[in-house]
Design a binder for this molecule. Structure first.
Ligand code: UDP
Ligand code: MG
Length: 316
């Protein structure tokens, strides 16, 4: 029998988790009589009772496995940890808040089976229920990153996808520290089909992503999959050199021809401000890449595991 691994990253999801499990089990019993399941809950350093909830589920259902981190490592780390622990022939990631409808899973599975795709991804076609300002910046982000990066990022794409073991393993083998899954998924290639659905609001608890966190995540995506900002800063630098050179020539000629009245220092001050601003901006861009390189070179683990279901079995 084939097996599907369902990976669920959980950060402070004590309220949503039981609801997720219930709903997912309902779908499994209805649609997946012919297929084995394993649930891998990754507790991403939750501060509430999430781990207890997971352990309770494990007590009554041996399909439930878990990985518990020593602290909060972020969703990307949780996704990788789940993948590392998974043993299924197919792998899927879902959010604990039921924003990724389990009811789509059968359709996704059938598509891979019958249409020879390696992966089926899901895409929200609406952003209903999301603050408009967030949707606005999300749109801009996708426009920018797709211009800058050779790897395609699909607007509205969720991390909820079902993929074959072969594709999952190739993602597992990407050992980079700065992980940006949306990019990694397209980087490895393979044939992906997109299923579209209307946005669903989370069942319980609240979102873990503040605007600032999302902004940093967006920068992460850009620096991880594009070096265009570096080129951009060189081009701006070059342009300014050319402009400055022309101005110098103009000023010399004007001084020689008309003498040198000491006027124009306010404009000079403005120019100094502008140019030093651009310098700092470019330096910042270089710094971004340097810091990413620094983190890669240190070769720290992406996550640290404190406990898994195997540990609690030893206890008994
Ligand atoms: N999550 C996580 N670690 C974090 C933040 C979030 O594992 O540091 C999980 C969270 O528990 C949820 C999923 O990532 O299952 C998506 O988070 P959320 O629903 O808060 O994001 P949104 O849907 O609002 O973008
Ligand atoms: Mg959510």
């Amino acid at each position: 029998m084939e097996k599907i691994s369902v990976i669920v990253s959980c950060y402070n999801e004590e309220k949503a988790l039981p609801l997720f499990y219930e709903e997912m089990e309902k779908v499994r019993k209805k649609d997946f009589e012919d297929i084995d399941f394993e649930y891998i809950f990754v507790n991403d350093g939750s501060k509430d009772k999430t781990l207890e909830e997971i352990k309770q589920l494990r007590e009554k259902d041996k399909k439930v496995r878990f990985v518990s981190f020593s602290r909060n490592f972020g969703k990307e780390a949780a996704m990788l940890a789940g993948l590392d622990a998974s043993t299924g022939d197919y792998v899927t990631w879902m959010d604990a808040d039921l924003q990724d409808p389990p009811s789509l899973l059968r359709k996704m599975y059938d598509t891979i089976k019958n249409e020879e795709y390696d992966c089926v991804g899901t895409r929200r076609v609406s952003r209903k229920g999301e603050p408009p300002i967030r949707s606005f910046f999300a749109r801009i982000f996708y426009k920018i990153i797709n211009k800058m990066s050779a790897v395609e990022m699909v607007d509205g794409a969720r991390d909820y996808r079902l993929m074959t073991r072969q594709m999952a393993d190739s993602i597992k083998n990407l050992k980079e520290y700065n992980r940006y899954s949306k990019g990694l998924f397209s980087f490895v290639g393979f044939d992906t089909k997109w299923i579209e659905y209307e946005n669903v609001e989370r069942v319980a608890g609240e979102t873990k992503w503040s605007f600032w966190k999302l902004f940093k995540y967006a920068l992460e995506g850009i620096t991880a999959f594009s070096t265009t900002p570096l080129i951009l800063s060189s081009v701006i630098g070059l342009l300014f050199c050319i402009v400055a050179f022309i101005l110098i020539v103009v000023i010399i000629i004007r001084t020689v021809a008309f003498g040198d009245p000491t006027s124009g220092w306010p404009s000079l001050a403005c120019i100094i401000m502008l140019v030093s601003g651009i310098q700092l901006f470019s330096l910042g861009i270089i710094g971004q890449y340097l810091s990413k390189t620094y983190l890669e070179v240190k070769n720290r683990p992406v996550y640290i595991v404190k406990e898994t279901e195997k540990d609690s079995m030893v206890e008994k």
